[in-house]
Design a protein around this ligand. Structure first.
Ligand code: SF4
Length: 712
C-alpha cells in the first residue's frame, strides 16, 4: 500500500497521493500525485488500476501546469468594468459571500425561480458537482437545470432500448474479433479503449471506424466509413436489412430476449443498402461488407461515442445502433455487444447527495441548459415563468460551449442579470460575472467518481492544500447557505462524509481508502441471457414508452434540420469535434497544449477549398445566419467533400477576433433527450480579407466589449 499523507501537510520526503481524473472523458483514470514539501510535482497514471494502466493522456499529464498556472484565480474578484470587459478587482471572501447572499436572498424572497444554477461536467466528481450545490438550490426553490449539453440524446436512447445507460464491459473489447468504432476518435477522447482495440487488432480483430471525419483513429482502422453527418440511423437500418435477407440473425436470442422484432423487421426491410448509400454518401459495397462482417463474426462489439448523437435524429440513431447486438446474439459473448455508457451500472445515491426533498411541495420549472442563449433573453411570461435574474455558474463555461454563442453573449451581457462564476481561471464566462469565486482543482479536494467508460469507482483524496485563497465548491455553497439562513444539518456534512455516502457501503469505502478504486460486481456478459433493465426485461426494439409520448416506437432515420440543397446559401455541413489537446473548453489556456494546437482551424477537403480560392493556412470567415467564426484553413483528406470540421472548443478570447465555433451552431434540440445539435449545422466559407476583418472587428467592438482588448 502506498503511503497516504494527511492532506495539507508539508512533508520533507516525496509522498504519493491517490486520486481520480475529474474530466469529462469515459476513461476516468486513477491518478498518482507526487507531493514534495506541500507542492504537487508530478501527476501520473496509477499502474495498479487496470483501466488506467499507468498511462494518462497528454492533457492530464500536464495537470500540475494547470494547477499552478500563473493565471489561476487565487482570490475572489468583483467586477469593476462593463460586463465582458474582464475588468475585476480583488475582494475579501466574506465581502463577496455577503454581497452574493444578500442579492440572492432579495431575489428568492420575491421569486426563487428567477435564480438559475448552471453547471455541467467541469468536474465529474459526485461531491464537487451536485451535492451541497444541489441542496442549496433545492432549499432555495431555484429553477431546475436540465443538464443536456453533451449526452442526453444518447442516454435517453439507451434507456428506451436497453433500459438504462449500460453496455458491455470495456476490458473485453481486447477479445473481440470485430470492433466497430462508431462516432468516436478514440485516440483523442477514449485513449484507454484504443489500447484494448489495438490488443484485439494484434490478435487478428478487424477494426472498422464510422465517422464523417478521417480522424487519427479512422486512419488506423482497417476500414473507414466516412458517412455524411446525421445519417448513422440509415446505415444501421441498412445493416439490419442485410442481416435479415442473408439470415445472419440469432433468432433464438431475438425470440427470447427482445421486444418488437416483427415491427423492426418490417422497418428495416425498407432500408436497402442502395437507399442507405444514397443517404449516407458511402459506397453500397461498404455497407454490404460491414453487414457481412457484423453478421458473420463473433464476438463482435461496437464502441459508440457521443459525437454522432449531436444531430436532430441522434436519439433514433443510437436506438438503431443499440439494437444491432441483439439481432446477432452478440451479447452472448463477454467480448460482444455495444458500449456507449456504463454509468447506469453504478448505484449512486443521488437523492441522498442532492436532497430533492428540500423542495418540499414546490415544483420549480426546468430550464434546458442547451437553450441558455434564448432563455436568458426571454422576458417573464405565463409559459416561461419569471425572467432569469440570477445565474450561478460552476463547472461550466457556457459562453464558450453553449450553442449559438452570439445569443449566449447577449444574454450574459444583460446589465440586470446577476452572475456568479466559480472557476479556476478567468474564462469567457467569468468575464461576464459580477463575482468570480476561485475554486479548488482536483488536487485540492475530496471527491468520488463513477465512470461512463468502465465499471470502477474511484476515490480522489486531496494531495495538496487549496492553492491561494481557492475554496471547494462544497465549501462555497455551505458558506452561502449559512448566509441565506439555511440551517438544515445537511449543509454541514463534510466532503469526506459525502464521499462515504455517495455510493456503496462502509466496506466499499474502506477499500477505496486503501486502494483508491474498486470494481462493481457487474457480470462479464451482463445480457447473455437477456435480463436488460428495461420494463420488459428485454432489448426493446419497440418502445411503448416512446409510443405513449406520441413518438415513433421504432428507431428510424430522421434527416438533419439543416440539409444542404443544390444552390443553397450554405452548402457545407459542419461538425465540431474536439481538438485533440483540449477537452471541451478545458485546457485551452494551458500554454503547452495550446502551442500544440497552434490556432483555431477549419479542416476542409482541398476540392471545397479550391472552389473558393482558399489555400492552406488562409484566414477564413465561416458563416451562416447565426454568426461568423474566424479561423485558419487546414486543407487535408480528413474532411470529405461537402463537410468541414471546426475543431473546438477554443475560448473566444484566445481565438481569432474573439470568436469560436459556437457562433455558428444552433439551439435546435434532438429527437430524444432535448440535447443540442452541434453537428447539424450548415455553413459557407470564404477568405477573410483584411478589409472584412477590420469591418467585422469594428462591428464586434461596437456591439460588445472585447475581452481580448481589455486584457491587452
Ligand atoms: S482526460 Fe481521460 S484519458 Fe486523460 S487522464 Fe482524464 S480520464 Fe484519463
Amino acid at each position: 500500500m502506498l503511503p497516504q499523507p494527511a492532506a495539507h501537510v508539508a512533508l520533507d520526503t516525496p509522498q504519493t497521493v491517490r486520486g481520480a481524473c475529474p474530466h469529462d472523458c469515459p476513461d476516468t483514470c486513477a491518478l498518482l500525485t507526487t507531493v514534495e514539501n506541500g507542492r504537487a510535482t508530478k501527476v501520473q497514471g496509477n499502474p495498479a488500476h487496470a483501466q488506467t494502466g499507468g498511462v494518462l493522456c497528454t492533457k492530464v499529464s500536464r495537470y500540475t501546469e494547470r494547477t499552478y498556472h500563473p493565471d489561476r484565480l487565487l482570490t475572489p474578484l468583483q467586477r469593476v468594468g462593463p460586463k465582458g470587459s474582464g475588468q475585476f478587482a480583488p475582494v475579501a471572501w466574506d465581502e463577496a459571500l455577503d454581497a452574493i447572499a444578500a442579492r440572492l436572498k432579495t431575489i428568492a424572497a420575491r421569486e426563487p425561480q428567477a435564480v438559475l444554477p448552471y453547471s455541467y461536467a467541469g468536474t465529474m466528481g459526485l461531491v464537487q458537482s451536485e451535492s451541497i450545490a444541489a441542496r442549496f438550490f433545492h432549499q432555495m426553490g431555484a429553477s431546475l437545470l436540465d443538464r443536456t449539453i453533451c449526452a442526453s440524446a444518447g442516454a435517453e436512447a439507451l434507456t428506451q432500448t436497453l433500459g438504462n445507460k449500460v453496455g458491455m464491459k470495456v476490458e473485453f473489447f481486447a477479445e473481440s474479433k470485430l470492433i466497430v468504432i462508431w462516432g468516436s476518435n478514440s485516440i483523442g477522447s477514449n485513449l484507454h479503449f484504443w489500447r484494448l482495440a489495438q490488443e484485439a487488432k494484434r490478435n487478428g480483430a478487424k477494426l472498422v471506424c464510422i465517422d464523417p471525419r478521417r480522424s487519427e483513429t479512422a486512419e488506423k482502422c482497417h476500414e473507414h466509413i466516412a458517412l455524411r453527418p446525421g445519417t448513422d440511423a440509415a446505415l444501421a437500418l441498412a445493416l439490419m436489412h442485410e442481416l435479415i435477407v442473408h439470415g445472419w440473425l440469432d433468432q433464438d436470442y431475438i425470440d427470447r430476449y427482445t421486444l418488437g422484432w416483427d415491427a423492426l423487421r418490417a422497418r428495416a426491410l425498407q432500408w436497402t443498402p442502395e437507399r442507405a448509400a444514397e443517404v449516407c454518401g458511402v459506397p453500397v459495397a461498404q455497407i454490404r461488407q460491414l453487414a457481412r462482417d457484423w453478421g458473420t463474426t463473433q464476438p463482435a462489439a461496437i464502441r459508440l461515442n457521443y459525437g454522432m448523437q449531436r444531430v436532430r435524429g441522434g436519439g433514433n440513431a443510437v436506438r438503431a445502433i443499440a439494437c444491432l447486438p441483439a439481432l446477432t446474439g452478440a451479447w452472448r459473448h463477454r467480448a460482444g455487444g455495444v458500449l456507449l455508457s456504463s454509468s447506469g451500472h453504478f448505484p449512486v445515491r443521488r437523492a441522498a447527495l442532492q436532497r430533492p426533498d428540500l423542495l418540499g411541495e414546490r415544483r420549480p420549472r426546468t430550464i434546458n441548459m442547451s437553450t441558455i442563449g434564448d432563455d436568458l433573453l426571454r422576458p417573464a411570461s405565463p409559459t416561461f415563468g419569471p425572467q432569469i435574474e440570477a445565474l450561478i455558474v460552476y463547472n461550466s463555461n457556457p459562453v464558450a460551449v453553449a450553442p449559438e454563442s452570439g445569443k449566449v453573449v447577449q444574454g450574459f451581457a444583460r446589465k440586470d442579470l446577476f452572475t456568479v462564476v466559480l472557476e479556476h481561471f478567468q474564462t469567457d464566462t467569468a468575464d461576464y460575472a459580477d463575482f468570480i469565486l476561485p475554486a479548488t482543482t482536483q488536487l485540492e479536494h475530496w471527491d468520488i467518481h463513477t465512470s461512463y467508460g468502465h465499471t470502477d469507482v474511484l476515490l480522489n483524496r486531496p494531495a495538496i492544500a487549496p492553492v491561494g485563497g481557492a475554496r471547494t465548491n462544497t465549501d462555497i455553497f455551505r458558506a452561502l447557505a449559512a448566509r441565506m439562513g439555511f440551517d438544515d444539518p445537511c449543509f454541514a456534512e463534510s466532503d469526506e462524509s459525502l464521499c462515504r455516502s455517495a455510493i456503496g457501503d462502509d466496506k466499499d469505502f474502506a477499500q477505496l481508502l486503501e486502494h483508491g478504486f474498486a470494481s462493481l460486481p457487474v457480470p462479464d456478459a451482463p445480457f447473455a441471457q437477456g435480463g436488460f433493465p428495461s420494463p420488459s426485461g428485454r432489448c426493446e426494439f419497440f418502445s411503448q414508452r416512446l409510443a405513449d409520448q406520441g413518438l415513433d416506437g421504432l428507431p428510424d432515420h430522421l434527416p438533419n434540420y439543416e440539409l444542404a440543397t443544390p444552390g443553397g446559401r450554405y452548402p457545407l455541413a459542419m461538425i465540431s469535434p474536439p481538438a485533440r489537446n483540449f477537452l471541451n473548453s478545458t485546457f485551452v489556456n494551458v500554454q503547452s497544449l495550446r502551442d500544440i494546437e497552434a490556432e483555431p482551424v477549419l479542416e476542409m477537403h482541398p476540392q471545397d477549398a479550391q472552389a473558393r480560392g482558399i489555400a492552406d493556412g488562409a484566414v477564413l470567415r465561416v458563416f451562416n445566419d447565426r454568426g461568423t467564426y474566424h479561423c485558419k484553413a487546414r486543407l487535408n483528406q480528413r474532411a470529405r467533400p461537402g463537410v468541414v470540421h471546426g475543431l473546438g472548443i477554443w475560448w473566444r478570447k484566445l481565438g481569432l477576433n474573439g470568436t469560436n465555433v459556437n457562433e455558428l451552431t444552433s439551439q435546435h434540440l434532438t429527437d430524444l433527450g432535448r440535447a443540442p445539435v452541434f453537428y447539424d449545422c450548415l455553413v459557407e466559407v470564404a477568405l477573410l480579407h483584411k478589409e472584412d476583418a477590420h469591418a467585422e472587428f469594428a462591428a464586434t467592438l461596437a456591439t460588445e466589449p472585447n475581452p481580448k482588448e481589455a486584457h491587452a
